[in-house]
Design a protein around this ligand. Sequence first.
Ligand SMILES: [Fe+2]
Length: 148
Amino acid sequence: MTNPNVVPVEFRRRPRDQRRGRYMLHRAPRFNVTSVVWGPGESAAAHNHETWGVIGVIDNEIEETRYRVEEGAASGRAKLEVKAVMRHAPGAISCLVPGDEVHAMRNPTERDTVEIHVYGKDLAGLKRKIWDADGTEKPLITPKYMNC
Ligand SMILES: [Fe+2]
């Protein structure tokens, strides 16, 4: 986090025709390290991770909204309650732990934001959940990374 230049420059930028860049930097049995590049205005709706995570901003900034999720309501939709809205600047670190690992992300700026993510599981192919603003749950499966 204190020396973003250790991440090769090609993993700190988006492919030309993509709104988001996602690269695997280190794959290990108990955790992995990835970089994520959010284009201007790019966002992800509320989603879970099925593991712990540590997210650090190395360039520009990101807005993170944390949610409390109540599933199993009579409506068939989950109830999402906003717990916090944070804006993370370079050097900031956000931790996801079981019970508090549902968030939405958004790059509210006009330029790319670069983050380093460490997760306890390999998210590629992992079955996760994403929620619409009205609480409708949908399956989320993260595709392969762009470099492997
Ligand atoms: Fe996330």
